[in-house]
Design a protein around this ligand. Structure first.
Ligand SMILES: Cc1cc2nc3c(=O)[nH]c(=O)nc-3n(C[C@H](O)[C@H](O)[C@H](O)COP(=O)(O)OP(=O)(O)OC[C@H]3O[C@@H](n4cnc5c(N)ncnc54)[C@H](O)[C@@H]3O)c2cc1C
Length: 454
């Protein structure tokens, strides 16, 4: 504890994309800020790693071309992009049937199963363009859909086991929970906030279209650099007290007083801070019902992208292996090949408890299943178990349990007195993504500037 103590206009809690954006925008408006970050680095769910001498993202890495907040930030900060590799054939191995297909083609399911899959996708994406993210419960029929689990809904919605299996995988690797741990309404609601589930799982024209040269984490690093000594790491905020006149924020690095606080930590992490007076019941009840998702991200490097020579794209979707999703992550202009994959949902919940050596052995076995024995000889392996990360405790995002969205929805974003909430979970669009985090930071900064000028 270095016991700093000072007064600023706004204290921002959390130096992820949301908190850093809020701080930058406040600064630009002439408002004094400090950003208190619990971890020993900035970035939050964005984090760099090195693999075969190159920087990789252990957190988020892709952007959709429609994510204008994120791509605009990259342009402003001089970070270039490149497209995801999609040459060759993708592999899908579902319910014991392995098949190949190319980018832009239908999933290689039997015709009757494909028809069922498309029908369910149509139902689940039926809210796209129709939801008000500030009032989830206002959607007609939302209470009934939010009172079930996605798994029970799937059982009733189709008898096609392959169609069910693909949706289970989507929930595990995109929503980062098990199909019994969220409601069909949450699947639809977040799909609608994110341009549709079909967009979320897509590469060309979808959410995995674009990557950042040198990694996405640079954006957080550059934002923090610009804020200079206003960003303080190793400063976990333990309590926030507020009166009619201001807030007092107590962290391990000292105590700050301010006119406003922005809490830009994910909802379950924000709930670990002690508030005086206590949070209103609805806000507290919601954050009690919004655990972080579970994901373990893995990067593996090989001498060459040997799968490309076999006509494979590196994209693998499988319910046979513990790692359900893989993509090629070979850096353009580099000789070594890279694969990026995930243990998602229940697999991440189980495998987070195992040793890195056990995970590595499983990962290589899974890759060899589809890419051949060469996969057993990587030149490097790097992973990040997000459920074990002390100040993030999971990723990609926090996911409400059944019934929570309709009962408590607006409480996630409504300010509580002088405390405003940012973070990707509070975004208007692209919730769960960097783009949403940036947008939430901009929104909160704009709201506070208005208050300060009243
Ligand atoms: C493996 C993985 C893959 C992903 N893939 C993608 C992708 O491809 N594309 C994409 O757009 N998004 C992706 N995401 C999601 C993306 O990373 C997040 O949406 C985004 O980083 C969230 O930013 P944030 O600022 O809202 O929250 P965070 O990044 O979580 O920032 C919150 C900060 O608050 C800090 N904090 C917590 N408690 C306290 C406290 N008490 N005091 C002080 N500080 C505190 C945390 O340490 C953290 O730094 C992925 C995430 C992961 C982990």
């Amino acid at each position: 504890m270095n016991n700093q103590s000072s007064h600023v206009d706004v204290v921002v809690v959390g130096a992820g994309f949301a908190g850093l954006t809020a701080a930058r925008d406040l600064r630009k408006a002439g408002v004094s800020v400090v950003v208190l970050e619990a971890d020993d680095r900035v970035g939050g769910r964005s984090m760099p790693g090195t693999l075969a001498g190159y920087v990789v993202d252990l957190g988020g890495q892709w952007a959709a071309s429609s994510q204008t907040h994120l791509l605009g930030l990259a342009e402003e900060l001089g970070v270039k992009t490149y497209p995801q590799y999609v040459g060759g054939e993708h592999i899908m191995d579902i319910t014991g049937r392995e098949a190949r297909y190319k980018e832009g083609e239908d999933l290689p399911l039997e015709p009757a199963d494909l028809a069922e899959f498309n029908k369910l996708m149509g139902e689940l994406d039926s809210l796209v363009g129709k939801v008000d993210v500030t009032a989830p419960g206002s959607v007609e029929g939302a209470d009934v859909l939010d009172a079930q689990t996605f798994e029970s809904w799937l059982q009733g919605a189709t008898t096609s086991e392959p169609a069910r299996a693909v949706f289970r995988l989507i929930v595990q690797t995109v929503y980062c929970v098990q199909p019994g741990q969220l409601s069909p309404f949450a699947v639809m609601f977040y799909g609608a906030a994110d341009e549709g589930i079909a967009h979320m799982i897509g590469t060309v024209g979808g959410a995995q279209e674009t990557l950042f040269v040198g990694g996405a984490w640079q954006l957080a690093s550059k934002m923090a650099e610009g804020l200079g000594d206003a960003v303080i790491v190793n400063a976990p905020v333990r309590s926030i007290a507020q009166t009619d006149d201001g807030v007092t924020v107590t962290s391990d690095a000292g105590v700050w007083t301010a006119a406003f606080a922005v809490v830009a930590a994910a909802p379950p992490m924000a709930a670990r801070i002690s508030y005086t007076p206590p949070m209103p019941p609805r806000r507290d009840a919601f954050t009690q019902r919004m655990p972080m998702g579970s994901i373990i991200k893995i990067h593996v490097a090989y001498q060459t992208p040997f799968w490309r020579a076999k006509g494979l794209s590196g994209a693998i979707l499988s319910d046979r292996t513990a790692t359900g999703l893989w993509m090629d992550h070979t850096i353009p202009g580099v000789e070594t090949g890279g694969m990026v994959g995930f243990f998602g949902g229940g697999y991440a919940q189980t495998w987070a408890e195992r040793s890195p050596e056990e995970r590595r052995a499983q990962v290589l076995e899974d890759l060899a299943t589809y890419l051949g024995p060469e996969a057993n000889n990587p030149i490097e392996y790097v992973e990040r178990s997000w459920p074990a990360a002390p100040w993030q405790r999971g990723a990609y995002w926090a996911m409400p349990t059944p019934g929570a969205l309709t009962a408590f929805g607006p409480a996630l974003r409504d300010p509580v007195g002088r405390i405003h909430w940012a973070g990707t979970e509070t975004a208007d669009e692209n919730i769960g993504y960097y783009d949403g985090a940036i947008q939430s930071g901009e929104r909160v900064a704009g709201d506070i500037v208005k208050h300060l000028r009243l």
